[in-house]
Design a protein. Sequence first.
Length: 255
Amino acid sequence: MIPQNLAEITHQVKLLTQEVGDFVGSSWRNEMQIIEKDIADYQSNIDIEAEKRFAAGLKIILPEADVQGEEIFIDNPSNKLKFVIDPIDGTRFFVSNAPSFCCQVALVYEEEPIISTIYLPVSKQLFSSYQGGGSFLDGKKLEISHQTELERTIVLAEWGNVEKNQFKWELISTLADRCKRLYCGTGGIVPFVATRTYDAYVRIHNHYKIYDLAPRILIWKEAGAKVEMFDVGDTQVMIAANPILFEKIKQILTQ
């Protein structure tokens, strides 16, 4: 069942996320071991160590919850309560000495996020939220953009691997023709959809990893966004925006 003390658990997870994130930040631009797992997909020894530190700390905070990460697999698949960890989201940036990476954790129940923390080690900014408690950046309450006019909309877009690239590009181009600006980005800039830096987020990707998306989804939802994933043909699309803008973008991408 969902823990009753979400606010207290969130506080403890925030402290842990900052602690592990500061370790990651202190390791940035230093010598490290880098593994190329796939095309443009990297892992470093810092990722592995950070994930171990997260797992150990989270087990102390909430022993009954399982822990899942890139290298850690859950012991009890039937457990509905688990932490999901992305120790460095944006490892490509991290290993390339670019600051656009973050550390993120979510507590999920039945695959739905109920606690989220996202920490940017370079700027030391901390996003946090829990179910029903709102979203915050360094203690300041967040609210999603109220923009509803497409021609004034700033969209942050992300799409994945090279398969079906032409179709993905056609979807993105269709949207770009209708909105004010469309930026492409990932890693540490994505949570800023909740700060009105962007009016909407669109993700076109066929590979869903819960530790990538769960922390972001709760931050956006608790800031007032409608977040939904759906199929366009055989491609998965996710939109995060205020409800009116959400429906307008969805109509463009599914027409």
